[in-house]
Design a protein around this ligand. Sequence first.
Ligand SMILES: Cc1ncc(COP(=O)(O)O)c(C=O)c1O
Length: 387
Amino acid sequence: MIPIIDLKKQYETIKKEVDPVIQEVIYSTRYVLGDEVANLEAGIASYTGAKFAVGVNSGTDALLLALKACGIGPGDEVITTAFSFFATAEVIDLLGGKPVFVDINKEDFTIDVSLIERKINKNTKAIIPVHLYGQAAAMDAILALAGKYHLKVIEDCAQALGAEIETVDGRLQAVGKGSVQGKPAEQKKRRRVGSLGDYGCISFYPTKNLGCFGDGGMIVTNDENAYNLLKKLRSHGEKKKYEHEFAGYNSRLDTLQAAVLLVKLRYLDTWTDRRIEIAKMYDKKLTAVKTPKANNKGLRHVYNLYTILTADREGLQKLLKEKEIGTAIHYPLAMPFQEAFNKYGYKKGDFPIAENASTKVLSIPMYPELTDQQVDQVITAVNSFRR
Ligand SMILES: Cc1ncc(COP(=O)(O)O)c(C=O)c1O
């Protein structure tokens, strides 16, 4: 059996380090906002290259609090991709704002930046690009538009902690153009997602590249005022013990989760390198199927998911199930067509690329603990599929 993800296998590799830190937190009794939370915030800020980080209780709340910090409320519009996990758009709706969806590009399934500008109007306040499957969206173009129209940019990094974009002398390079176009003397550098927009929202959901033992999330930002506001927002609008400046949320990252994540953070890059290695094997040897394009030259795709495209998804899924290989669909319905968004009146055909993708995508096993032999087994099984 090769499951779509094997969390127990990862736990076993770090059990000796994780078990004691859990015990330590239990004995410390600092269960809420203990030192581990602050240490993890410092660790993630440094990892992403952002100045500040605020631990919250999920990736969804990271997005919610970031939008709240931007002042999003009734009458405001927020532009986002049509193809992501529901939470990306849910939080806009929850605050009384309107999610304005944009189709994805055919190449890598992130938001099609050529379609954004026509959706901007006087009510538009922000853009939420999603670094889907672990690959950065075209942040250069998105940031240029945001600058032109004074919009906030909230990066949904739930699937992409550690994903990178190349820069030349600090400027982002166009995504999809391959290697950096700058002069040889210019310094090539990489920047990590999360630190590029106004806010970067991270999920520590167990299946993410850095996953905890429950729900967890974090917001990174370079803006000190936003950081101070977010700290109040996650804790009842509290400025001092029992003094509440405004109504906020109870959305703190548990000390226990932070302690687990601090151990795992030490392994994140090794695990990500292994994901990339597995993706290379899949890329090379999966002959019967297509995948969204990975712009490997200018980007570091961190492969939270490895997703293939197949016209006969049911057939392939059935065959893989028979061979005891796990699969999942990310995502079976484009977000505009979720029942919760019926009120916005989006119509079939409005988002052709996302709609087509939702009928064809299939994720196959992708986690660092997969052995080469298991990867080969998956490849052989997928390649044996005949429609
Ligand atoms: C793209 C995307 N956005 C947001 C979320 C929400 O994160 P969480 O499950 O931690 O609330 C997820 C993950 O589940 C996700 O994949």
